[in-house]
Write a protein that binds this ligand. Structure first.
Ligand code: ADP
Ligand code: MG
Length: 712
């Protein structure tokens, strides 16, 4: 069935929900492809599939002006000759196009027959594509081709939109040109039925253009100015609704969740501060503790994200705040993502509290049943004041007497739901402090954790030396071994980290098994002791090896990235990362953070092959250049885009951004967040008539996130 204007109108403005197969030129087969490749199922999905860039179609190049470094260009020319080339590896058609300045090769690998039929001699065409160099000659592979007076689209524009494509799309003739046609047909059909999604007063006050004009111009810009206004309008709307929904959740939480008040600073805190604290707190630590104390006094439940680079002393901040909770008669817990980490927290905290009478317990998946019973009893009776553990803490069976404060370490390993589970362990939700060691760029934090309040430790304890970081080719391994030997002779310890446990047929990366063999050859026992930790080992084996290394009995720890998070062995001074190109920036930064924790100068060696992708080379260069986790996070966001930032996959970027870019649109994000904030300040449940559209759209698109019943 073809969709006519008439039968759309009868559908009222539901037209945008029409299945994409009904659009002229799509049909069922292509609809499936669009669904699989780009997740486009409806007219609306298509309309909201935005171009990734634009080119100026008013400019035509002369053939002799075309150089390899130009981006997409267009030129006019006639076909003067066709040539079939067949080699064992491929078949191709070379069409020679010429204008009065020269000639150029157009190369086609696919659809050769079709193209041969289509290209006619002595007809002038417009060719459009990206120049390349092959065998010293400039060519264009699969240029788009149209006759000079091709009136394919009903809507014309001098600025042509380009849409991202995939191999499958291209092979099915679903490239940019098809998209131009689809969008043109769609907009012709639906333009008048695109409902405004922002209230009039916002449109007026912030000088936005109407949604339908924004959608028209994003696909068919009528001028550069209108294109810019359209992009602004669509980004504004996208970021605004996200922030509005997040701020509503925050309001919701504050209003619904009354919180415990911890007014007292008592003897545990004072005792610890006076007798046990071995060093002065940094200013950043002091500031964050103040922020948390303020939250403890409001009578609202705290939900705070603490960001701080590796080694910035977050654990201590957490502990001090736990002592405040304990002084006010409450229990506390701290949850870590791995057993190794939980074990380390348990040790650190027990040691720090030496001489202070506080019951601290460790609960993980491998806690023995008998032990578990004792812990359960002490939790219920309120005797245990600090419970350290892993995910095991959130199991239903773990019951506290009066849990007042929860710390979640290394947040990026936990999902939002797990956070929620902990929060609801009490009738009154305990205060929650979420700590991350992977600094997240501010814009990303505002989106991922926009419903939380954010504190930052932006200062390392004094005397820390930067870890000297070197990018080393695999061929330099002998020198590296020499260096390691000298460090071991100085009494230091070494980490060597591999991306894989076993050799892989698919991936040519260094693996732990071969590495272990090579290391024990170069550093033979009994003079040198090497131990191994990887994710496939049983917990007790892992713990044993880890403790063996931590206690100084082993010189070298060969590991996979299980040691990435949090592990603290101050005497370790060298981190060797094999196939470093395999790791993402924040992972590299985490791994490097395992050294440089003691007084000695520490080193990080990023090993790689000579062959590297540009991206990988950039990552390694950045690591060599800076030790600053926030800088690395910003760059990571720029290089890879928010969807790929480590941790956001696990916890899930809750919003699918179609047009905004968190790396580039930070200013706009803050701007619209403030606007959303002001609106809620005036009308915290969006009840005013002028805000009804906001409420309607939030309910439609963000239903899961916001519970309106709780806002009043
Ligand atoms: P992270 O923020 O990575 O969790 P940790 O809490 O593990 O960092 O702290 C790293 C190290 O720094 C620990 O050995 C801790 O005792 C030490 N440390 C914390 N605060 C200070 C401080 N103010 N001055 C000196 N050392 C500190
Ligand atoms: Mg830590």
């Amino acid at each position: 069935m073809d969709l006519t204007v008439e039968n759309c109108l009868s559908n009222d403005n539901m037209i945008l929900e029409t299945e994409i197969k009904f659009l002229v030129g799509v049909g069922p087969k292509r609809a499936d492809i669009l669904k699989n490749e780009l997740n486009i199922s409806t007219f609306k999905d298509m309309l909201y599939t935005f171009p990734y860039r634009y080119i100026d179609r008013t400019k035509f190049y002369k053939i002799n002006e075309i150089t390899e470094d130009l981006p997409y260009i267009q030129f006019k020319g006639k076909i003067i000759r066709l040539e079939n080339v067949e080699t064992p590896s491929n078949k191709r058609l070379i069409a020679y196009a010429a204008d009065d300045s020269g000639e150029i090769q157009l190369v086609f690998f696919k659809g050769i027959k079709w193209i041969k039929n289509k290209l006619k001699a002595n007809t002038e065409y417009v060719f459009f594509g990206k120049p390349n160099v092959f065998n010293g000659k400039i060519n264009i592979i699969h240029p788009e081709t149209e006759t000079v007076n091709d009136e394919n689209n009903q809507i014309n524009s001098n600025i042509q939109a380009l849409y991202s494509s995939t191999e499958v799309l291209k092979n099915n003739f679903l490239g940019t040109k098809a998209f131009n046609r689809f969008q043109s047909a769609l907009l012709t059909l639906c333009y008048n039925q695109i409902d405004e999604t922002l209230p009039e007063y916002i449109i007026y006050q912030y000088k936005l253009i109407a949604l339908k004009d924004a959608l028209l111009n994003i696909h068919f810009p009528q001028s550069p100015e209108l294109l810019e206004k359209s992009q602004y309008r669509l980004k504004f709307e996208e970021l605004f609704y996200i922030q509005l929904s997040l701020l509503l959740q925050r309001l919701n939480r504050l209003q619904k969740n009354g919180g415990f008040i911890f007014p007292k600073i008592g003897c545990n805190f004072n005792n610890f501060y006076k007798n046990n604290l071995p060093f002065e707190l940094t200013n950043a630590q002091k500031r964050v503790i103040k922020e948390i104390r303020k939250d403890f006094a409001t009578g609202k439940q705290m939900n705070r994200l603490l960001q701080g680079d590796v080694g910035s002393g977050k654990t201590l901040v957490a502990l001090i705040c736990m002592l405040i909770a304990i002084d006010n008669g409450f229990q506390t817990c701290i949850m870590a993502p791995t057993e190794i980490l939980a074990g380390q927290h348990y040790q650190t905290i027990s040691e720090m509290l030496k001489g202070i009478d506080i019951n601290v317990r460790l609960l993980t998946g491998s806690t023995k049943k008998s032990e578990r019973k004792l812990i359960d009893a002490d939790l219920i009776s309120g005797k245990t004041k600090i419970l350290v553990g892993t995910h095991a803490l959130i199991e239903e069976t773990v019951k506290f007497d009066n849990l007042g404060f929860v710390v979640i370490d290394e947040q990026h390993r936990f999902g939002v739901e797990q956070r929620a589970k902990l929060r609801y362990k009490n009738a009154v939700s305990p205060h929650v402090l979420v700590m991350t060691a992977t600094p997240i760029p501010r814009t990303l934090a505002m989106t991922l954790y926009g419903d939380l309040d954010i504190s930052v430790i932006d200062e390392l304890p004094p005397g820390r030396k930067n870890v000297k970081t070197v990018h080393l080719l695999d061929t330099k391994r002998l020198q590296l071994f020499g260096f390691i030997r000298r460090q071991i002779n100085l009494g230091r310890q070494i980490y060597v980290v591999y991306p894989l446990i076993k050799e892989s047929e698919k991936m040519d990366y260094k693996n732990l098994e071969d590495g272990y063999f090579a290391i024990t050859q170069a550093f033979p026992p009994p003079e040198y002791v090497t131990c191994v930790v990887h994710g496939k080992m049983k917990t007790n084996e892992k713990d044993f090896a880890m403790n063996y290394f931590a206690s100084g009995k082993a010189h070298i720890l060969v590991a996979t990235s299980v040691i990435e998070v949090g592990v603290n062995v101050p005497n370790a001074s060298v981190m060797v990362i094999e196939s470093a190109e395999r790791f993402g920036l924040s992972q590299l930064h985490q791994l490097r953070g395992r050294v440089g924790r003691g007084a000695e100068q520490s080193y990080c060696f990023l090993m790689s092959d000579v062959k590297l992708t540009t991206e990988a080379r950039k990552r390694l260069q950045l690591m060599v250049k800076t030790n600053n986790g926030f800088e690395i996070a910003e760059e990571d966001l720029r290089l890879r885009g928010p969807g790929d930032i480590e941790g956001t996959q696990q916890s899930g970027l809750p919003f699918n951004l179609k047009i905004s870019n968190l790396a580039k649109d930070g200013k706009l994000l803050e701007y619209v967040r403030n606007i959303a904030f002001d609106i809620l300040n005036e009308d915290n449940s969006l009840e005013l008539k002028k805000n009804s559209l906001l409420r309607k759209n939030l309910e439609k698109n963000f239903k899961k996130q916001v519970d309106y019943s709780a806002i009043s």
